[in-house]
Write a protein that binds this ligand. Structure first.
Ligand code: SF4
Length: 198
């Protein structure tokens, strides 16, 4: 069984699925089997809710304030376990919940799932990745044709709903693309996190 909870740079992460509706060029899954203190993040079979709860019960949350759903897959592709797992961690361990996502869940589920997420999740970080639809398709290789506008719409809905929403890019983008990404975020009143490439 792969690691469900793992730590990296003093932060706890929940890896609840290997499913994903993108195939990003830069995805860490294509060159490493784990991150941080995890040994292996590939599941032989997708974890059940009971297995996710058991991993939480075996983890010592002392000193941690936030659990981040972000693993070797897109957490919203395992929506039921994401919602139930987040509710369990919040209720039992009084911990805040963050979701790191590609922002394509409303396309994947063919409905607006933001209200469902809002019941258990405190903050959301959405991968912007690119400044235009064309670049986005090229870099993230999503299952959908209209992924870029759908991701931005998801981000705006999230911004209206969660106490903290951010878009994120990595600092390897050229300066002009970073500026365009900043403008996209500013136009929507959303904080842009520029992560260092590591
Ligand atoms: S959305 Fe995340 S998990 Fe999916 S391919 Fe891209 S980087 Fe990898």
């Amino acid at each position: 069984m792969a690691d469900i909870l793992y730590t990296y740079k003093n932060q706890i992460y929940a890896n609840i699925t290997n499913k994903c509706d993108c195939s990003c060029q830069f995805c860490i899954r294509s060159h490493k089997d784990s991150v941080g203190e995890a040994e292996n993040l590939w599941f032989k079979s997708e974890p059940t809710l009971e297995e996710i709860k058991k991993a939480m019960d075996e983890f010592d949350f002392t000193g941690y304030e936030e659990l981040v759903f972000c693993g070797y897959g897109e957490p919203t592709c395992a929506l039921e376990n994401l919602l139930a797992g987040a509710a369990y961690a919040k209720e039992k361990y009084g911990i805040k919940i963050r979701l790191n996502t590609n922002g394509l869940a409303n396309l994947y589920h063919k409905r607006n799932i933001v209200p469902e997420l809002a019941e258990v999740i405190d903050s959301v970080s959405i991968s912007l990745n690119a400044p235009t639809a064309e670049k986005y398709q090229e870099v993230t290789r999503p299952q959908f044709e209209n992924a870029f506008p759908a991701m931005l719409e998801f981000a705006s809905l999230a911004q209206e709903t969660f106490s903290h929403t951010q878009l994120s890019i990595v600092d390897v983008l050229p300066e002009d693309e970073i500026k365009t990404c900043q403008r996209i975020a500013d136009e929507r009143g959303i904080y842009l996190k520029i992560r260092k490439f590591s």
